[in-house]
Design a protein around this ligand. Structure first.
Ligand SMILES: C[S@@+](CC[C@H](N)C(=O)[O-])C[C@H]1O[C@@H](n2cnc3c(N)ncnc32)[C@H](O)[C@@H]1O
Ligand SMILES: [Zn+2]
Length: 291
């Protein structure tokens, strides 16, 4: 069986979770090749094993190189390792009684967060997990599908997802935009939303070289946190601040992996890129909410 067929077979175990992005009717896997709705709207599995469930072509600014760089930093430099551990622990703490969890990562990028968090929940907390990752960027989903099997990877808009109501125990939303109406629709009655937002120190060393001027250097996420609180009942939160030492190749990777570099000119980051090593700050807020 090739990868396309394997993915189709895996997804067929969960086909009742889907709804057609065009007409909202239920869907079935057809001949290990496509996902088809009752009105014959057809979406083919790709050879890499993901499925594109968008209804129109979307071009995002995120490139394949950005996602490959992000993956390298997460997998090889353990850049977000404390984050994955903290999220898995929080999920376990607030979903202790459940033996099986369905997770969806909304804006999953190249998929490493979902994969790492699922692995920890399985190995440390002995829970069965089902993982779905969606992102509007085909480039991100392609990298995810290439590297992580036994997950469902779909190109889809988090504001209008191709899933039936109340399908998920856990919604992950890490450094990505939110759509709380859609999150509410997808979440089971006793489900949890886990949102990660950057805080004032996040990548401050990189932002200092890119922006120069201090006023542009810090994130303010007061609005984001307030909006979360308006939509969900906050059950827990935690600030996670740590530094990672990166060697020169990883500094190059860091600059590549972040949208921050879009607004920089080459000259501004040159000396930073030449450094033998750099201490980089990761400063994040974890918000856990329920309905
Ligand atoms: C900063 S990246 C974070 C990616 C990933 N969560 C991570 O932390 O590595 C933001 C992501 O949100 C995705 N995104 C933006 N708007 C989206 C939408 N409407 N639906 C799905 N994904 C979206 C982008 O394609 C991008 O992958
Ligand atoms: Zn349809």
């Amino acid at each position: 069986m090739n990868k396309r067929m394997k993915s189709a077979e895996y997804l067929s175990n969960f086909e009742s979770m889907f709804k057609c992005p065009i007409c909202n009717s239920s869907m079935k896997v057809f001949e290990l090749k496509s996902l088809i709705c009752l009105n014959n709207h057809t979406f083919d599995f790709t050879k890499q094993g993901y499925i594109n469930l968008t209804t129109h072509m979307v071009k995002t600014k995120y490139s394949k190189d950005l996602f490959e760089a992000r993956r390298k930093l997460i997998v090889e430099d353990s850049f977000f390792k404390p984050l994955s551990a903290a999220i898995a622990e929080m999920i376990n703490k607030h979903a202790t009684k459940k033996e099986a969890l369905s997770l969806i990562d909304m804006g999953c990028g190249e998929g490493s967060h979902l994969s790492n968090i699922s692995d920890i929940i399985r190995s440390e907390y002995n829970k069965i997990t089902t993982g779905v990752g969606i992102d509007l960027s085909k480039e991100g989903i392609l990298v995810a599908a290439k590297n992580y099997t036994n997950k469902i990877w779909a190109v889809a808009d988090l504001a209008n997802t191709p899933f039936q109501d109340k399908q998920f125990d856990i919604i992950l939303n890490i450094l990505s935009p939110s759509n709380y109406e859609e999150f509410n629709r997808l979440l089971k009655a006793d489900g949890l939303v886990v949102k990660v937002v950057p805080q004032s120190g996040y990548l401050k060393e990189l932002r200092a070289v890119i922006f120069g001027k201090p006023e542009k250097q810090s994130y303010s996420n007061v609005d984001t946190v307030e909006r979360f609180n308006e939509n969900f009942q906050l059950v827990d939160s935690s600030r996670l601040c740590y530094t990672v030492t990166l060697d020169n190749p990883s500094i190059q990777t860091l600059v590549q992996m972040t949208p921050l570099s879009w607004s920089s000119t080459a000259g501004q980051v040159t000396s930073f890129l030449k450094a033998d090593s750099a201490e980089i700050t990761v400063d994040l807020e974890l918000l856990i909410g329920k309905k």
